[in-house]
Design a protein around this ligand. Structure first.
Ligand code: PLP
Length: 473
């Protein structure tokens, strides 16, 4: 027999040393986030090419590896966990969750089936129940933690298809607004629908779905013999943070017997605020809701959630069985998550949500979200004071969309100018903004969501906007 290689089982000292090195570098990194450039990817292609290497045959020491990682590789990036990240939809990066992942991976228990780790599965269920409480869902509601909003939307579309349509489902039509996140279209495609089955309904001037146009589209499709089965409302669009009239959508969905899904990947955690509860009124009437803890709860990337009002619907869409599997739970109170989601083996992602919530309680999360709303109101007021700045979408949550309209510049030239404006702002490396197209018009967006973003960096955004405009004039 070949000699046993025990190298992969680290000694106590090696484990300690490895953890300490990782902690040292990670903590130094986080301490310096506010001073790091907001974005720094100009040498990206060269770096990526330099990193290509064959399968290592021999190991090397940990220090030089971490040094390369933290000094060379990580800095070449958008500083997404930093306070200046105001682009797209910011994430967060609570350190607690990083530590939770360390523990979850170190103990490496199996949470796909209840029997294998009943207590840990319960912690994850608690987390999902807390989310249900946040959106106002009833007792029988439940859900799953996913890797993100896209996967949550995917499982929602599959559940709606299975519950509302026959097995031959190709006459099924989904209704979304023209502003819906593209992951819904992707979800429909993955769920087997041709692109033509997704109806993009026009929006009102505030970028919320036009209920009137939706009613017309439903009527036309029914007359054509098609089978409307699902409507998606946005609780905070990515473009402008617009929230659809969820109460009206719920009414219509009930009349028309449609599955009502709310994509709250960006906005749903604002249910922890007064403003959020007002603008998302009716969200609890949805059959399913997507939330992204890695956005509105400030977690590191890799955690989304799908909640359903009736857990049986998820089960019908996802359960499967095999002779080698243990017996699944019959007790209503206990859950085999592999029965509710596409995944079987997976990480214990419940712990990364559970730990920060247990350590702090919910209040600091509420306070942080309130602060983001207030900062957004502040910068919107300041933008309105600037000459030739047009607010394209008043913020309902924490996105403001605007453009610079100096006299004499129009059409494509105006779009190009606003694009250039973002480039100039980002080149200052204090904040990073992104833009989008709204009905042929290029607009600049500021989205404030990171728990690390406070007044200082929002002020930087304003200063850098003004100096960039001065430069381009
Ligand atoms: C971010 C986002 C998604 C996609 O979520 P991921 O976590 O990136 O997969 C879907 N819908 C909306 C409204 C979003 O903001």
């Amino acid at each position: 027999m070949k000699q046993t290689n025990l190298e992969l089982e680290l000694s106590e000292n090696d484990m300690r040393a490895l953890t300490e090195v990782a902690a040292k570098y990670a903590i130094e990194h986080i301490k310096s986030l506010a001073e790091q450039p907001s974005n720094n990817v100009t040498q990206g292609a060269q770096l990526a090419r330099n990193l290509i290497e064959p399968l290592p045959q021999r190991g090397i020491k940990v220090e030089p590896l971490f040094q390369q990682l933290f000094e060379q590789i990580i800095p070449c990036s958008y500083t997404t966990p930093g306070p200046g990240y105001l682009a797209y939809i910011p994430g967060g990066g609570l350190f607690h969750s990083a530590v939770a992942d360390l523990v979850a991976n170190a103990v490496n228990r199996y949470v796909g089936v209840w029997l294998a780790a009943p207590g840990l599965v319960q912690l994850e269920t608690n987390v999902i129940r807390w989310f249900c409480d946040i959106v106002g869902y009833p007792k029988q509601a439940l859900g799953i933690l996913t890797t993100g909003g896209s996967m949550a939307n995917f499982s929602a579309v599959v559940a709606a298809r299975v519950v509302r349509l026959p097995e031959a489902f190709l006459k099924g039509i989904l209704y979304v607004s023209s502003q819906v996140h593209h992951s819904i279209g992707k979800a429909a495609k993955l769920a087997g629908f041709p692109a033509a089955n997704v109806r993009a309904i026009p929006c009102n001037p505030d970028y919320s779905i036009s209920i009137e146009a939706l009613v017309q589209a439903l009527k036309a499709d029914r007359q054509a013999g098609l089978m409307p089965f699902m409507v998606v409302g946005s609780a905070g669009t990515t473009n402008t943070g617009a929230v659809d009239d969820l109460d009206s959508l719920a009414d219509l969905a009930r009349q028309e017997n449609l599955w009502f899904h709310v994509d709250g990947a960006y906005g749903a955690f604002f249910m922890l605020t007064e403003t959020g509860r007002r603008v998302m009124k009716g969200i609890q009437r949805a059959d399913s809701i997507t939330l992204d803890p890695h956005k509105g709860l400030f977690l590191p990337y890799g955690t989304g959630a799908l909640l359903v009002k009736d857990r049986q619907t998820l089960q019908r869409a996802h359960s499967g069985n095999a002779d080698y599997m243990p017996t699944m739970q019959k007790d209503e109170n206990f859950i085999d998550y592999c029965e509710l989601s596409p995944e079987l083996s997976r990480d214990f992602r419940g712990l990364r949500v559970w730990l920060p919530l247990k350590l702090h309680g919910i209040q600091p999360f509420c306070d942080n979200l309130e602060e983001k709303l207030e900062l957004t109101r502040w910068i919107t007021r300041e933008l309105k004071k600037l000459a030739h700045i047009e607010i394209v979408a008043e913020p309902q949550l924490s996105v403001v969309a605007f453009r610079w309209t100096p006299p004499g510049v129009e059409g494509a030239a105006l779009n190009a100018l606003n694009q250039k404006l973002i480039e100039r702002i980002n080149a200052r490396q204090r904040v990073i903004l992104s833009g989008t197209m709204l009905a042929g018009t290029y607009v600049v967006r500021i989205c404030i969501l990171s728990f690390r973003t406070h007044a200082q960096h929002v002020r930087y955004a304003l200063e850098d906007l003004q100096s960039s405009m001065a430069e381009l004039r």
